[in-house]
Structure formats: C-alpha cells, structure tokens
Write a protein that binds this ligand. Structure first.
Ligand code: NAD
Length: 341
C-alpha cells in the first residue's frame, strides 16, 4: 500500500526543491501516492484565498504533508499561508533540528540542537490594528496554559524518545511577566514530571549570545512562537545556513514537513538553491511514517555527498561564485546515486 501524502510545491524556489525531494524519496523504493495541492499568491485569483479549503481537506484526509515554502507579502496583503495552515490544522509543535555535517564550513563542529517552537499562538495569532492611523499600532500576544503545557510536554517527550539529556525553556519573563511568566511557570510544572531529563531556562537575549558562544551546552530548546521562529534561523546559521535546516509541524495525528527557510524568491527558477533542508524534511517524514531504514539511507547519502563536497550547491562551496557548484537537481541526483552505491 502506497503512503498517501499531500504535496504542496509552494512558490519561489519551492517547486524545484519539492521536485528534488520527491525524486529522492521515490528513489528509496517506499511507495508514495502524491496528492498535489497548490497554495499561495498564484491561486488567489482562482479561489479568492491563498489557502483554499480543499488544500486543508486533502491534509485532513492524508494526515501527512510535504510542503515547499510559500511567500508572504511584507507589510500588506494576505496573512501567511504557512502560519494559517499550522493554526487551521492545530499543528502545534514545530520541530527544527540543527545538526553539523562533515564538510560544511562554519564556526563550530558537532552541533546537535533541536528547537521546539510553539506553533499556534503568541504574536502569530495576527491580531493587530492601527490605534491612530500612521501614528500608533497595536498587536495582541496570546499565551495560554493549554498551549504552553502541551509544547513543553512535547519537548520532554521528544527528549525522552530521542535520547536527549536536557530541555531549556526560552522566554522573556523578566519583561513580559504575565505572558512569558505563564509560559515559564507552566514549563517548570511540566519539567517536574520528567526527573530523568535535565531542565533549565534562559532569557531569550542571553540565549542568543549563549548559542553563538557555547552552542554545545544546549540540547532541546522549547519556546513560544516568535522566539522559535528567530532562534531556529540562528541555529541554522551555526550549521551552514538555511539550506541545511529541516523542519516538521506536528499535531495530535497529523504532520506537515517543510524546511525552516522561506521561498528565497530571488533564486526562483534558477536551479541554484540547496535542496538539503527540504530533503532532510523528507527524512523526518519517512521517520514519522515508520520508514526508518529508508530514512537512514537518505540521511547517509546526504552526509556522504556533503562530506565529498563535489556535487553540492554554491552555498556549500568555499565561495558563493565557485564555478564547480552544481544545481539543485544535480545535487539531488548525486544523493540518489550515493543511496544506490
Ligand atoms: P528565505 O529563507 O527565503 O531566504 C533568506 C536567504 O537565505 C536567501 O536569500 C538565501 O541566501 C538563503 N537561503 C534560503 N533558502 C536557501 C536554500 N535552500 N539554499 C541556499 N540558501 C538559501 O527568507 P526571506 O527572504 O526572509 O523570505 C522570503 C519569503 O519566504 C518571504 O515571503 C517569507 O514570508 C517567506 N517564508 C516562508 C516560510 C515558509 O514557507 N514556511 C518560512 C520563512 C519565510
């Protein structure tokens, strides 16, 4: 029986990254039946919304999605499709691992961090308005006991299931005493139920400095939505950049896998960006489906191709204009070859 998976190519560089990933996943021999669904600016005219209900219905049927990035207009226009999709399907846990790969230049080796970002509330509820047009504006930040408790519990369960030693809660409870104060209080309550896993907390600004100076002291980081969005990009910078950072949006019985990065529109259609983040999101999907052998094979092939450094995209070469850099699809081809050798 093939796995039915909703495939959302997205826009910008999304379609070429999803195409590369689809080919790698199919090369594992695991059978997939893709339900391809379009979302984003391009479908606005046809459906009057960038996230048509039939896309959500497809995910409600298949329970598993693989998604390319989708562009969100800055300052004006429609709300983020990515945020709306996570909220509509209650995909409350955004899991963003950042792991070093041999062969990738960077300030550190052996980084192995996981950011667990709350995915449904905080400032991303998107409630904002002008108090006085052009003079003052206001946004509402929602933090609830329910969402805080389930994301911290998710982080501890993730730590247990993956042999992790420590969870760190990240917050700004010194200033946001009521909202982050609630998140932190709940985090300590949940932590007391997991005596086998170490627990501490860090204020977000200090956390950023600590991650840049002493990343090896941290393991699983759990935090409200906005901090998770920012800190996960920081962590991807520690391991070679956004081209290397996969992600998963997990709900009770549904999950959508997508890279941390956005649509990188300036590179769209150029066969230039790194497919690793999207392919590793596919590896996370294989594990979610219980296909651990296939996941290991893709993971090892990615590691090998990157360690060899020959068939990699420009962002993984010593200089961005390195003439030996290969394209998105050629890197995927090399990964498929490495899988079959
Ligand atoms: P971005 O992540 O698209 O790109 C920032 C920079 O990171 C790029 O210019 C490029 O230098 C690098 N980069 C990103 N992906 C790469 C890859 N695969 N390989 C190599 N380098 C890569 O961020 P942005 O420019 O701030 O956002 C562009 C659009 O994407 C915006 O509309 C934003 O809202 C959207 N976005 C979508 C998602 C999502 O779909 N989940 C996430 C973040 C941003």
């Amino acid at each position: 029986m093939a796995y039915r998976v909703t495939l959302i190519p997205g826009d910008g560089t999304g379609p070429e990254l999803i195409e590369a990933t689809r080919r790698v996943l199919e090369a594992t021999g695991v059978p997939f039946e893709w339900d391809v669904q379009e979302a984003g600016a391009d479908v606005m005219e046809r459906y009057g919304t960038p996230l048509p209900e039939h896309v959500l219905d497809s995910l409600r049927r298949t329970r598993v999605g693989l998604k390319g990035p989708i562009t969100t207009p800055v300052g004006t226009g429609f709300r983020s499709v990515n945020v709306a999709l996570r909220q509509a399907l209650d995909l409350y846990a955004n899991v963003r691992p950042a792991r070093s790969f041999k062969g990738v230049q960077g300030p550190f080796q052996d980084i192995d961090l996981v950011v667990i970002r709350e995915n449904t509330e905080c400032l991303y509820v998107g409630i904002e308005h002008e108090v006085i047009p052009d003079v003052a504006a206001e946004a509402i930040r929602i933090i609830t006991r329910h969402a805080s408790e389930r994301i911290v519990r998710f982080a501890f369960e993730y730590a247990r299931a993956n042999g992790r030693r420590k969870v760190t809660a990240v917050h700004k409870a010194n200033i946001l005493k009521t909202t982050d104060g609630l998140f932190l209080k709940v985090a300590y309550e949940v932590a007391s139920q997991y005596p086998d896993i170490a627990f501490d907390d860090r204020i977000i600004d200090n956390m950023c400095m600590q991650l840049v100076q002493h990343p090896h002291e941290y393991d699983v980081l759990v935090m409200p939505n906005l901090y998770g969005d920012i800190v996960s990009d920081l962590c991807s910078g520690l391991v070679g950049g956004l081209g290397m950072a996969p992600g998963a949006n997990i709900g009770e019985d549904m999950a959508v896998f997508e890279p941390v990065h956005g649509s990188a529109p300036k590179y769209a259609g150029q066969n230039r960006v790194n497919p690793t983040a999207t392919i590793l999101s596919g590896v996370m999907m294989l594990r979610y489906l219980g296909e651990h052998d296939a996941a290991d094979r893709v993971q090892r092939a990615v590691e090998r191709v990157i360690a060899e450094g020959r068939y990699v995209t420009a962002d993984l070469k010593p200089s961005r204009d390195d003439p030996t850099a290969v394209g998105t699809q050629e890197m995927a081809d090399a990964i498929i070859r490495a899988m079959n050798e």
